[in-house]
Design a protein around this ligand. Structure first.
Ligand SMILES: Nc1ncnc2c1ncn2[C@@H]1O[C@H](COP(=O)(O)OP(=O)(O)OP(=O)(O)O)[C@@H](O)[C@H]1O
Length: 300
């Protein structure tokens, strides 16, 4: 089976400092993978390795079955990459930008680009520098989509984008997934948005892959357990504890369950993806609040 992105013991060092280390990834084709992690976790570095802008220091990376490199033109033609800075020529008109896209890409679909921009109310005559930040984000995504890529690598596409433009961005790349089975890897700090659009999650922490999993399995296997403090040790031996907070008599246990859980002394509550990811990223952070308990009740 060809994978959209595969990494084996992948590492990248800038000078003496490791930005990524010992990363193993197996992202299948045809879905949307969310890439999350705190600032500096290595998300951009991973995407740049994926598109061949960087070379690995150790290990290997393969994208759509090939090794990325700056001169791997056949592979680059199959990847749509939207960089965090959305590098566009500000002095160009939108039309000139499309012309450049057409000249650089043999698979360029100008009809698709023009139709999409018209729907987004972005005039071809406008100078790129005069577009708003959100409009530039949309233009950058349209440029990536007009190549009809097999794989879209999107680095923080939602940064500085208003909620309406964000919805539009999501619709655009979900269309690409639905219509031609493209794969998408999207790095974002908007975890709540990712919960709605991704079917897979990669969580990076300090340059290492902490989680790579089907998103639904990841979310449904984590629960908040609320029960008596004097029963905590027993429960902690039965489930995998991610975080725990205690008051005098109550324990709030953020746990990963391996199967159905039912215990008359413990209340089980669902967690959002954001709650779970934040707990993994910062085990010092307070537990997510159960709906009807105040912050003070879970003071450690
Ligand atoms: N060109 C560079 N030279 C030196 N160090 C770098 C360079 N680019 C990134 N780094 C370092 O590598 C680490 C990972 O950075 P990276 O940009 O990949 O993180 P990120 O997860 O994308 O962060 P953010 O969410 O802030 O965009 C950081 O410690 C960063 O300081």
């Amino acid at each position: 089976m060809t994978l959209a992105l595969e990494a084996n013991q992948l590492g990248k060092k800038y000078g003496k400092r490791w930005a990524l280390q010992n990363c193993d990834l197996h992202i299948p084709e045809g879905g949307v993978t969310g890439l999350v992690g705190l600032n500096g976790a290595g998300k951009t570095t991973l995407l740049h390795l994926g598109v061949g802008l960087l070379a690995p220091s150790t290990g290997s990376i393969r994208v759509l079955g090939e090794t990325p490199a700056p001169n791997a033109t056949a592979l680059i033609a199959r990847i749509g990459f939207v960089a965090q800075e959305r590098p566009l020529y500000h002095s160009f008109s939108v039309k000139d930008t499309l012309t450049l896209g057409r000249k650089l890409n043999t698979t360029w679909d100008n009809d698709l680009a023009e139709r999409t921009l018209a729907r987004l109310d972005i005039s071809l005559k406008t100078t790129v520098g005069k577009l708003s930040g959100g409009q530039r984000a949309l233009l950058a995504l349209v440029m990536a989509l007009a190549k009809h890529p097999r794989l879209l690598l999107l680095d923080e596409p939602f940064a500085n984008v208003d909620p309406l433009a964000r919805r539009e961005l999501v619709r655009l790349f979900m269309d690409a997934v639905a219509s031609n089975g493209a794969s998408v890897v999207i790095s974002s700090h908007h975890i709540a948005d990712l919960e709605n659009i991704c079917d897979r999650l990669v969580l990076l922490s300090r340059g290492q892959v902490k989680v790579e999993e089907d998103l639904e399995t990841f979310v449904t296997s984590h629960k908040l357990l609320i029960g008596p403090h004097d029963d905590f040790e027993r429960i902690a031996s039965e489930v995998s504890v991610i975080q725990a907070g205690h008051t005098g008599r109550q324990s709030n246990v953020f746990a990963r369950l391996s199967g159905p859980f039912s215990d008359p002394r413990w209340v089980v509550q669902d967690l959002s993806l954001e709650d779970i990811v934040l707990a993994y990223l910062d085990t010092q952070s307070p537990l997510p609040m159960p709906n009807n308990h105040s912050q003070q009740e879970v003071a450690r």
